[in-house]
Design a protein around this ligand. Sequence first.
Ligand SMILES: CC(C)(COP(=O)(O)OP(=O)(O)OC[C@H]1O[C@@H](n2cnc3c(N)ncnc32)[C@H](O)[C@@H]1OP(=O)(O)O)[C@@H](O)C(=O)NCCC(=O)NCCS
Length: 199
Amino acid sequence: MIYQIHRYPADLIDVVRLDGGERVVIRPVLPQDEDLTGAFFRNLSGAARYDRFMSPMRDLPPELLRRFTQVDYADHVALMAEIFADGRETVIAEARYVRRPGEASAEFAVSVAEPWQGKGLARLMLGKLVCRAAADGIERIVGETLAGNVRMLSLARKAGFIITASPEVSGLMLLEKALRVPLPGSDCASAGEATLAAA
Ligand SMILES: CC(C)(COP(=O)(O)OP(=O)(O)OC[C@H]1O[C@@H](n2cnc3c(N)ncnc32)[C@H](O)[C@@H]1OP(=O)(O)O)[C@@H](O)C(=O)NCCC(=O)NCCS
């Protein structure tokens, strides 16, 4: 069966090879990814899930899972990274941004399964999202992370985000990056691939 999903940004589909040689597919999320996405979050450690959601959450509520997988690819753009092994697909990372209603800014979040961390996946996915957001007219991309989340802080710093302490919530850091409209014809699929080779 051939079907089309309105606005599915197929240009964001990419295949990369990590340093260790593993082949990873990065693609925009699909509505049928609910189970894969649920399994991804369930398999994160409690600490990683806490860093991602800033609350102790084992299973994502069905409503949130639906929201994470049924996106409009305009105000909410979500990417997942997956591998194929033993005839199964497994999600190993997710990253998304959601435009703030009525504003030219969007909030992002990213998480990577522990065995796949430190291989440049978050940097790569964030690079693609930032590129897409800028191309879509978003002027600022923002995020929040706990002050103790050194990995996220380091990633954000290297990706050019300005980091400040929240004036309202102690222990919360605010991440912000002003975006520049990309040059016409520039390609978000290959954005951020400085260290990962295309497969
Ligand atoms: C934060 C997180 C997304 C980083 O993912 P990742 O794929 O490991 O990150 P990358 O491999 O792309 O690394 C990018 C940068 O992060 C930093 N980083 C990665 N691993 C690190 C580590 N073990 N210690 C310190 N910094 C680290 C480095 O600055 C790295 O840049 P470098 O490779 O040039 O040194 C991941 O640790 C994660 O999923 N954490 C749990 C969820 C979370 O905290 N999400 C953020 C809330 S929005």
